[in-house]
Unconditional design. Structure first.
Lengths: 144, 385
């Protein structure tokens, strides 16, 4: 699956100055998230201000890269034709250990029989110009 | 009667659903829909002094109201874009009434229309969804409904058959609407379950068919409506709520912004959801209807399927719902698909719905939903009493 995805010509991210640390971390195989220094809330996706308290004191931190599946869908007919050769593939919402939810694709064994509540961990894969933060099953039952 | 009128829907129109419209322009469809709605209201062109349009007019990305007004030969005193996705139609109605109450204008035409060609242009897009969702293969609307649906099934034990019933009801009701794209093509629960899985757990027949079309309504004051040709259909309550844009940012996957929007509309109107004559519920996907029934308080959260087992949803049922076939039966004419729910409510409350007329229809709940279960508008409409 990983090799197949790497062979696709898919629409990649278009980072902004604000979000670039997220993509640079992914290139190093890490998940970076922002956290507000004033209200301590973690948030996703990248912003210049905390969406909870509007403080501008936000900093990037290395996140655990773990979480649980909040929901998922096995995509048989992709919305973008570039993804057609990879179908069926699994899109999932991950409730990260730090709190925020992000959307990703599941890779690795067992992905097509994934269930809500299962634990997942980061698995970064270079695709085109960028490295994307995919996730894979850990084989552990999460807590959501 | 119920609480005081916020305004009146005096005219309506809808264009027939069409799969392809090569060579046609959105502006032409807008003009068709506007002319028919203003004629239906019994107003002269020059009496319409307000214009609300949607953001997606193929011929122009900017200055949409001015472009449309110029094409129509109108010089409105109030003009604006309502950009709430599928909630735009319902969202226009209360905005028109508010503008009239503020003395800004006297009669507003609210219009949505679209063409459909084989090669649709893709707009440049730099929003967070494009950056954080699309690169993973999450393009298009289907996933934003498949993910809440999977969560609903996991959390509450709802079943594919319960969701399929919603689609089959829509197809059944569409058999009394010659404008519907699925007129002459009913589908039972087995047919829905036999249609291909597009993005699990969504089957093809649980997803709206994209079509071209258009719909418009004319809103005026209760006073002005007295001298017009149709019985007034009053706006009795309205509510709106926007909670997020990307599905990953949804505060909940099993309850949406329609919950507070419907509560506000029902409270303003002074009516109970269970007493409504017509449920005109935005139905881009089966899960949307399930969530709306639960968020309206008609049944307990997670229990829509069991509740539906005890009721019937045709024009002659105990809970008439989307008697025109909804968008699952009519096809979704882009944003006009949402406005069609307003148009059907007006037809029922005027008692001019013909073979699908609900006996003694007095009130309607109209819902609109946009983006990723994230933009919501609810209206309560009432017959003149």
């Amino acid at each position: 699956m990983t090799e197949l995805i790497q062979s696709l010509s898919i629409p990649g991210p278009i980072p902004t100055g604000t979000s670039m640390p997220f993509w640079k971390a992914a290139q190093l195989g890490e998940l970076a998230l922002q956290r507000c220094s004033d209200c301590d809330a973690w948030f996703f996706y990248a912003r210049t201000h905390c969406p909870h308290c509007w403080s501008h004191c936000v900093n990037w931190h290395a996140a655990s890269g773990t979480g649980v599946i909040k929901s998922f869908s096995v995509v048989h007919r992709p919305g973008h034709s570039a993804w057609a050769p990879a179908a069926p593939y699994v899109i999932a919402l991950i409730e990260l250990k730090e709190g925020p939810t992000m959307l990703t694709q599941l890779l690795g064994d067992g992905r097509l029989s994934a269930r809500i509540g299962q634990g997942v961990k980061l698995c970064c894969v270079p695709v085109g110009q960028f490295t994307l933060p995919f996730f894979e099953l850990t084989g552990e039952r999460g807590s959501a | 009667m119920m609480n005081r009128s916020m305004g009146v829907i005096a005219g309506v129109s809808e264009l027939r659903s069409m799969r392809r419209t090569e060579g046609a322009t959105t502006l032409d469809y807008i003009m068709d829909a506007v002319i028919q709605a203003v004629d239906d209201a019994g107003l002269d062109k020059d009496a319409v002094d307000g214009l609300l349009v949607g953001p997606q007019v193929g011929e122009t990305p900017q200055h949409v109201p001015a472009t449309v007004a110029e094409y129509l030969g109108m010089q409105p005193r109030m003009a604006n874009v309502v950009d709430l996705g599928g909630a735009s139609g319902a969202g226009m109605v209360w905005r028109a009434a508010a503008a009239i109450q503020a003395g800004m204008c006297e009669a507003v035409v609210c219009v949505l229309a679209n063409v459909r060609e084989a090669e649709l242009p893709r707009s440049p897009n730099r929003n967070p969804i494009r950056e954080f969702d699309v690169p993973f293969g999450a393009s298009g609307a289907n996933l934003s409904y498949a993910l809440p649906m999977q969560r609903h099934m996991s959390e509450f034990g709802s079943t594919p058959r319960q969701f399929a019933r919603i689609a089959s009801i829509a197809r059944q009701n569409a058999q009394l609407n010659p404008n519907a794209i699925f007129y002459g093509q009913p589908a039972n629960i087995e047919d829905v379950l036999a249609s291909p899985i597009i993005a699990s757990p969504l089957h093809l027949f649980e997803i709206v068919m994209p079509v071209a079309g258009g719909a418009a309504v004319v809103v005026t004051s209760a006073e002005r409506a007295r001298s017009l040709k149709h019985p007034p259909v009053h706006l009795l309550g309205a509510g709106e709520k926007v909670t997020h844009r990307a599905i990953s940012q949804a505060p909940s996957l099993t309850s949406g912004p329609l919950k507070p929007a419907m509560l506000q509309a029902l409270t303003r109107a002074g009516v109970n959801a269970a007493d409504i004559s017509l449920l005109s519920l935005y139905d881009c996907y089966t899960i949307m209807v399930a969530l709306t029934l639960e968020d309206a308080g008609l049944c307990a959260t997670g229990k829509f399927g069991l509740w539906m087992d005890d009721h019937s949803f045709g024009h002659d049922g105990d809970f008439p719902m989307n008697t025109h076939g909804g968008q699952l039966g009519c096809g979704q004419a882009d944003l006009a698909g949402g406005m069609a729910h307003v148009v059907e409510a007006v037809r029922q409350l005027r008692h001019e719905a013909g073979p699908r007329q609900i006996p003694n229809a007095r009130t309607a709940l109209v819902t609109g939903n946009g983006a990723t279960v994230s933009e919501a508008t609810a209206l309560i409409l009432g017959a003149d009493e």
